[in-house]
Write a new protein. Sequence first.
Lengths: 358, 533
Amino acid sequence: MQPAQTQQMLCAAEWLEGIELPNGWKVTAKTAKSSTGGCFSVPYFVERQNGKNRQTAFLKALNFRQILVEKDIAKAMEQHTRAFNFEKETLELCRDKKLSRIATLIDAGQYTPKNSLIPVAYIIFELAKGGDARKQLAALKKFDLAWTLRTLHQVAVGLNQLHGGGIAHQDLKPSNILFYEAFGAKIGDLGCADTADKPSQSPRGHLIIPGDPQYAAPELWYEHRSSDWKTRRLGSDHYLLGNLVMFFLSHGSSFNAIFKGKIAAQHRPLNWPHDYRSVLPYLNNAFDETLEEIQATLPKSLQEKIIEILRWLCHPDPSLRGHPKDISQVHGNQFNLQRIISAFDLLAEKAEHNILDY
Amino acid sequence: MAAANENADRQVVPQWRTFKEALNNGELGSPSTRKVKAIDPSPFIQEKEADWKANKALPFALDLISAAVVFDVKTPVVAEAAEFLLASSGQVHEIGVKLAKSVLGIHETVSGENLPQSRIQIVNALKQQKARRINQPRNAFVWTDLARLYTILGQVTQARAAIRVALALEPNERFVVRSTARFLHHIKAYDEALSLLRRNPKTSEDPWLLAAETAASAAAQTSPRFAKTGLQFLEKRDINPFHTSELASALATLEMRSGKHRHSNKLFAQSLHKPTQNALAQAVWATKIAGLSALNPELLSRANASEAITLDFYNRGAWKELIEAADKWAKEEGFSARPFGIASSIASSLLDQADLGEKIADNGLLVNPKNPVLLNNKAFAQVLQNKPESAAKTLLGLDLDSVDTPSKVCLMATTGLIFFRRGNATEGRLMYEKAISLTNDPILRALASLYLASEDAALGNKAAFNEFKRAFHAAQKLQTTNIPAIAEHIAPRVQQLAAQQGINLDLVKEQKPFRFEGDFLDFNAKNAKKPTA
């Protein structure tokens, strides 16, 4: 076989437009970019006749183009395949557990193109017509407090559903919050997730920062890994949720950008050779200053509660993350999001009934 | 007489700054350098740049800007997004505007930390700090700054309670431990300060705490436990010399006290490679004590080291400039009695501005109401303004047994002066003589003898002129102190009184003070002139 032919086969996922898949889906167009992330796949829109209705969805096809540049092709292929399978299996788990706030897996399968010996594996999700959080905010144009609080409530519910299923998301960020017409927000892209039953064994589970470092919790910048999986992974998810709170309330800024500005140069990760514990007093101070700055930008009616929530979610000390009552209870679950969900629900209710001044 | 300012026991006790000041001075960094690998931000930035280019909407711009701030990256696309945000600033959240400005290098004019100056300002600052304490109850630095404000206001009990909370929250952190040690030094709980530093597991590995332990040991009149460790620390090559400046200075002082001048001078020189303000002040103080050459004033003003500048003016006999510098020092270290002590003494003794001397002492007494040095200086200034009754009232109720010997000597001499000015020369003389007999310190003896002879001379006592001559010559031998300057300041009046009685009072001045020519001198010579381009 010629090298060009091999390359074409490995990259068959890139030429699926117009193809009819065995399970009735028709690939209509390639999308500009996957809103569910992942560099190992090619994203497409697909559609299928469902009774009288035409159902549109989103397809991710496993692509091997990237591995062609890798030194160890066999290992790279194994890693790509493992990551793809991990995401598929995790999504199947979410579907089976009926996690309503997680982007739903509709279908999965494989297709062998005519001129290729290697089949293309794919997964199909429900299509987020509203796009991701950034697109949704851009479409909204004007800040809508009730919508913002309700969205945060929905995201918190989604994260809690994942945690309840023993899954830590690890890459919760604006581009992974997807919007569905009537249903609202769902969490997508489980490619960086880690599971409690096989801790650190997921494709990115062994990495200190499995997701986008822009949003990562401060302990991860300092390469601090708690030996406790819950503290390490669920604590990190709490922090990512806090980042999203700031993203939605400030129409796009990340908590970390403000926080980083408050940390003195001498205490930043590249200048700190000691353990995380020893830099924590300075980070705690920077955190307090960050909250002070954020508080000044919030409407009075929200200040107390939002600052309180940010303190629960984003505390630099992972052992102090979570609701204080959950932390202090002897047999409590420190990373139980229920109280935070209730807090957002109450705030959203108030905003929806115009009880909150804004 | 005003209290002698020849502080024979200056130690490198930590300076108690606000947390923000200590942070800005770089005192809270790590002496050694880094370990973690830098994250390569390019894939993340490129992804967000692509999203921004494809959508050109505010949330995408903000997401990109936030990433640029977090990763400390600036690309043309990032700058374009930041400009887009600023152009639409009416629709952008104020945090977004701030981030965009920071990316473009537009820094809002942030005035430096304004230290509260007047008592009202300090009280207001305390009020604000109390509010912060409620919002940030687990922030040890807030509690430490609160303790500092209480200390400035002289509320020691409240200060102690606040510092205790800070220490409970962060028992090993450098700023908290050093501030606590400074506070304990302030309230003269020397043993407690030493015990705190010795108990701390971080002391043996932190040059800042090692320096504090060395100074606290000297204050508690015991040998430092970690001197050897400290010397080993100074030999490490991979440590930023700023972080070992105070340690070198503290060990230099220790060596100086043991008479090992060559080693001491080397250590002082080492302390000046990248000096802290405290190390500079110590070096300036040491120049006079050890008879070393003066420090390059440029070095002092560059470092904005107000205590060092004050001591330097003192060494140079620049009395008017000293008053100004001491004022700045007092504002920075508001709880310390020393800047008030030195300035009030100089104003009364050498500038003939007893009213100013009284005012300065009064300001110092607001913070340190029972400080014997300040009470003495206030009383001395009052006597010089012909208010001996007020001076007597100032000293009323002061328990002489509770003060240290040098202060006691000064207080007794001032009491003698009060008696003289009230017309009771016999009692006055007796008090002066008692004061002189109390001490073997040649500085105090010379000073008291000078004032006693001067008062006696004013009463026309012929024998007093000879006494004055003897005291004057004794003072001239103390060339590493400012006693000769005081003697020369008093002399013209006594010479005039002698001339009125037909006595020729011939006073011989020493020409040159002794100077130690060693490494320290070489270091200064090298740093005195910067090479020109």
